[in-house]
Design a protein around this ligand. Structure first.
Ligand code: OFO
Length: 174
């Protein structure tokens, strides 16, 4: 793998770990504000982000590349409502979508077909990530601050369970 691409993979890994940390901070916010379902949903998303990072790490190892880890920034936000949290989620995921897109473009430009194919899973995953958050935002906007509606949404969010993502090109020991 070209050094430039390997470095960009490492940057993406650090971004995925930041994503994990951000969702953990959001889960903490919801747990402290009586919304256990939303706390669960964001905690499951934290687990997903860890898997996103770890699958990228494993891929680099498979390619005999090493990862350069960076310090993770403080993820705390000054959120004052569930709507604000999920608006921040959408904004963040849009940045990640752009970042994954840039990484895939770089893989293509450096002629790394294998890395380009591997990254397609992440490209598709980002469509799902943004779609899920957009659905949630629509519901929260419909609820318009109504407590009963908010609690109903919260009970739906309580049902989300973590399933380890299966990323083609990454072995079972990832
Ligand atoms: Fe890893 O997809 Fe969200 O950030």
């Amino acid at each position: 793998m070209k050094q430039e691409l390997s470095r960009a993979f490492s940057d993406q890994i650090n971004k995925e770990y930041f994503s994990a940390f951000l969702y953990l901070a959001m889960s903490n916010y919801f747990a402290n504000n009586g919304l256990k379902g939303a706390a669960n949903w964001t905690y499951v998303q934290y687990q997903e982000e860890l898997a996103h990072a770890q699958n990228l790490v494993h891929y680099l190892h498979t390619r005999s590349e090493s990862v350069t880890y960076a310090a993770i920034a403080d993820p705390s936000g000054a959120w004052s409502s569930p709507l604000e949290v999920f608006e921040a989620v959408l904004e963040h995921e849009q940045l990640i979508t752009e970042s994954i897109g840039n990484l895939a473009t770089l893989a293509m430009q450096t002629g790394d077909h294998a890395a380009y194919i591997f990254l397609q899973w992440y490209v598709t995953e980002q469509v799902e990530e943004e779609g899920n958050v957009n659905d949630l935002l629509d519901k929260l906007k419909l609820a318009n601050g109504n407590t009963n509606a908010l609690l109903m949404i919260d009970s739906q969010l309580a049902t989300r369970a973590f399933t380890a993502p299966v990323v083609p090109g990454v072995g079972a020991n990832a």
